[in-house]
Design a protein around this ligand. Structure first.
Ligand code: BGP
Length: 490
């Protein structure tokens, strides 16, 4: 669906830029780009033992315990695209596009290989210090996700991951080390990537693998509580260590539309949206919303929560709200499986008014504007779009060039929609990092084939390839968008 505008809107649109210090850039995640899974002391992590193929989802969802590499499986994150050894080359390319910011995440088991050590692994700390200094060399502001699904396997096998309150100690230790070591190098932090993902993919959201017969909702929400308190503690420490620090929460967003005006469908879409926002309500407002407490009552969920927890949540709310947007979704009170389409982990009823990507993710730039407005209305805190992009099959032509006009079209329409949210709706947006600014491993499928980058990487789903980096057509296009601060969008 092309983002339509009236003539006068187009006129107004073309005159305006984005805010003066708007943070344009691109986003990555350690587990999807670094590779070097066992280099310089890095310990085994949950994100390493996710195989590509049909069994991946059972591991991601915590239904199947796969705590080690097993015969007969391929694990794409072991090497991925080797950002660990090639970060200088990659950051130079990001700088060539004019990035103002670069989003990356910390591999927890690089800093604490087992997770419960008292002292960090210096080689891990040195790696990220080198990366941040490389960014600053080009005037690029690092935007650091402390946990982008990573959890050391030792913490999972010994303590059960985030279901165990001891994780508050280990995560606080990690944060204190990061904030102290990188003071002056990093000031934008995100505590947990897509914290709502824990409700759908608990093994990557919270290092949870379920035991036979246990109450999964009880386990998930207790783990959620531990992460929310940890996020508040991280916010407290970040501000104590450096008053310059800005801490954000992060959710996988995308407005739910009711399938019809039947009040039952509208109610269903409101419930699904609340599922998306519930945890952010806590991180942004400082307390659990009544609808969550009532749901726990109905479902017999009893959370171990102390007075101190409640006080921490209340006092240390976030400075900004960051989120991923790929697609809007559709909810209905009665759903027939054949109506469903794919989406970022969450299934959605197919929207007949929208086109979809090759992976079935619906393309809805106006939905992006709607989601921006909903989040702004709900929280009235600065918004940071930290993931938006199109996963597509990019095929080099006979000369090795990639003509990803489809990706340019997707990004152009979404940036236009974001611009309207800012200039016509008054939404405060501080930055935009496209997802997967360089090709690497897909989180949901483990594929290399599902490419998001402005930079093509020669590697296939089986790990074959030279890892050679090649600029796509969208590389120069995005460089112009940034250079013109959003005026150029043709
Ligand atoms: C989000 C994750 C990212 C990224 C993105 C795209 O859930 O925060 O890690 O992977 O989804 O999804 P995919 O890689 O499955 O196409």
């Amino acid at each position: 669906m092309v983002y339509e505008r009236s003539k006068e809107e187009e006129e107004l649109y073309m005159q305006k830029e984005f805010p003066k210090d708007f943070l344009w850039g691109g986003a990555t995640a350690a587990n999807q780009c670094e590779g070097a899974f066992d280099v310089d002391g890095r310990g085994l992590a949950n994100v390493d033992v996710l195989p590509i193929g049909k069994d991946r989802w059972s591991v991601v969802s915590g239904e199947r315990k796969m705590f080690q590499f097993e015969e007969g499986y391929f694990y794409p994150a072991k090497d991925s695209v080797d950002f660990y050894h090639r970060y200088k080359e990659d950051i130079a390319l990001f700088a060539e596009m004019g990035f103002k910011t670069f989003r990356l995440s910390i591999g927890w088991s690089r800093i604490f290989p087992k997770g419960d050590e008292l002292e960090p692994n210096e080689k891990g700390l040195q790696f990220y210090e080198n990366v941040f200094k490389e960014c600053r060399k080009y005037g690029i502001e690092p935007l650091v996700t402390i946990t982008h699904f990573d959890c050391p396997m030792h913490l999972i096998e010994t303590y059960g991951g985030w279901r165990n309150r001891k994780m508050l100690v280990f995560y606080e230790r990690l944060c204190r080390v990061l904030f102290t070591r990188y003071k002056g190098l990093v000031k934008y932090w995100i505590t947990f990537n897509e914290i709502n993902m824990i409700l759908h993919a608990p093994f990557i959201g919270a290092g949870i693998a379920f035991n036979e017969g246990e109450n999964k909702e009880q386990v998930k929400y207790q783990a959620v509580h531990h992460e929310l308190v940890s996020s508040a503690i991280a916010t407290k420490i970040a501000h104590e260590v450096d008053s310059e620090n800005k801490v954000g929460c992060m959710l996988a967003a995308g407005q739910y539309y009711p399938k019809t005006c039947n009040p039952k469908d509208v109610w269903e879409s409101m419930k699904k949206d609340r599922e998306t926002y519930a945890l952010i309500d806590v991180q942004a407002r400082g307390e659990y919303p009544q609808y969550v407490l009532k749901q726990w009552e109905r479902d017999g969920i009893v959370i171990d929560m102390t007075e101190e927890d409640i006080a921490l949540l209340k006092q240390y709310t976030v400075d900004f709200i960051s989120f991923s947007y790929y697609a809007s979704r559709v909810a209905a009170h009665q759903v027939d499986d054949k109506e469903l389409t794919a989406g970022n982990i969450f299934k959605s009823v197919k929207n007949p008014y929208l086109d979809a990507s090759e992976w079935g993710w619906q393309i809805d730039p106006l939905g992006f504007r709607i989601t921006l407005n909903t989040l702004w209305d709900r929280y009235q805190k600065p918004l940071f779009v930290v993931e938006n992009g199109l996963g597509a099959v990019d095929t080099p032509d006979e000369r090795g060039n990639i003509h990803d006009d489809y990706r340019i079209a997707y990004l152009k329409d979404h940036i236009k929609a974001m611009k309207d949210a800012i200039h016509k709706d008054g939404v405060e947006v501080i930055g935009y990092t496209t997802w997967g600014c360089i090709d690497f491993v897909s989180a949901s499928t483990g594929e290399m084939k599902k490419r998001y980058g402005f930079i093509y990487v020669d590697r296939d789903n089986n790990g074959q390839g030279t890892l050679k980096r090649t600029k796509k057509k969208s590389f120069d296009w995005y460089a112009q968008v940034i250079a013109s601060n959003g005026r150029f969008l043709e």
